[in-house]
Design a binder for this molecule. Structure first.
Ligand code: RIB
Ligand code: CA
Length: 312
């Protein structure tokens, strides 16, 4: 049975691999639309990047939408130092055939959810949560239509990657993240605690280099570029493959271990803005509002990724 999903992202090389994995899985996933948000690079680039990636996977029927160009309240931040000035550095940038829909992403999310049955649609955000939160604020009646929010964001044991205590997606728009974590719908959260278990080593890149299709070739270029910054920062081989964890979970949840936790987001303190207070040991007594991913079968994850990249 296909799961209906709406993807919201900020490509980003790891967002690109997430999209490739999703588009390689039509048996399991019915992608209703792909939305872009300001994140790794400004919306001007992320909205172009989703169209470029759409061309690369040969997409002809999934619509692309541009969303919010700035966070709800904060100045936000971008990450060209990680992803390059184009956001998907590592491949040639070209003028895509795929065009954006005239409708905005928030309008698309609201319309699609309002015409769905309760719990029918899964949201998969892998960038700052601005589009999702804006849709909830504009039309709270969408909430019962959301079956699950499977997001990449947050950090507990790993600490932050943009400040000592905050992960990038949450830090860029902490007010949006607070709205999403407090929305009352089922959430599966894939933060740095789990994504830092799936670094793209040379062995992984070597496996991908042996796949003879345009998507795998693009993946190799993207990951070769993406690996350089985090490898230097963390002294590791390769970079953590954050965003594909969301789609891998939808395809094979057995790959991951998740624990129901209460997760709250810091929106006031300048020191810890965007921190996700993941109550892993239940010390607050507050009810769980999310399932926090904390372990992954690394080999199984990369076997799935390589297998699906071979499908194009
Ligand atoms: O902190 C990692 C997250 O921030 C990933 O989603 C990456 O693409 C950036 O959006
Ligand atoms: Ca992302």
């Amino acid at each position: 049975m296909q799961r209906k999903i709406i993807i919201d992202c900020d490509p980003g090389q790891d967002d690109a691999l997430m999209l490739f994995l999703a588009f390689a899985s039509p048996e399991e996933l019915d992608i209703l639309g792909v939305c872009a948000v300001t994140g790794n690079v400004p919306l001007e680039k992320t909205k172009r990047n989703i169209c470029i990636l759409s061309d690369i996977v040969g997409n002809k029927n999934v619509p692309m939408f541009a969303g919010c160009d700035k966070p709800l309240e904060t100045e936000g931040a971008t990450a060209e130092y990680v992803h390059g000035v184009d956001g998907i550095d590592g491949i040639d940038i070209f003028d895509p055939v795929t065009k954006l829909e005239p409708k905005g992403a928030v309008e698309f999310i609201i319309e699609t959810l309002m015409s769905a049955a309760d719990s029918e649609i899964t949201l998969v955000p892998t960038g700052p949560l601005t589009n999702i939160a804006t849709a909830i604020l504009r039309e709270p009646a969408i909430l019962p239509k959301i079956g699950e929010i499977v997001l990449m964001g947050g950090a507990l044991r790993e600490g932050g990657n943009v400040t000592p205590s905050a992960e990038f997606n949450i830090y860029v728009d902490p007010h949006a993240a607070k709205i999403v974590f407090e929305c009352g719908r089922p959430i599966a959260a894939f933060g740095l605690d789990v994504t830092h278990q799936v670094f793209t080593t040379s062995q992984v890149l070597d496996r991908i280099s042996k796949i003879d299709n345009p998507v795998a070739k693009a993946s190799y270029g993207l990951l070769s570029f993406f690996g350089r910054y985090d490898a230097e920062k963390y002294g590791t081989e390769g970079a953590p493959l954050h965003d594909p964890c969301t789609i891998a979970y939808l395809l094979n949840p057995e790959l991951f271990e998740l624990k129901p936790c209460n997760i709250r987001v810091e929106t006031e303190s300048q020191l810890t803005l965007g921190h996700t207070a993941v109550d892993f040991w239940g010390s607050t007594g507050l009810p769980a509002n999310a399932n926090w991913a904390h372990r992954v079968d690394r080999d199984g994850f990369f076997d799935l990724l390589v297998e699906r990249l071979s499908c194009f």
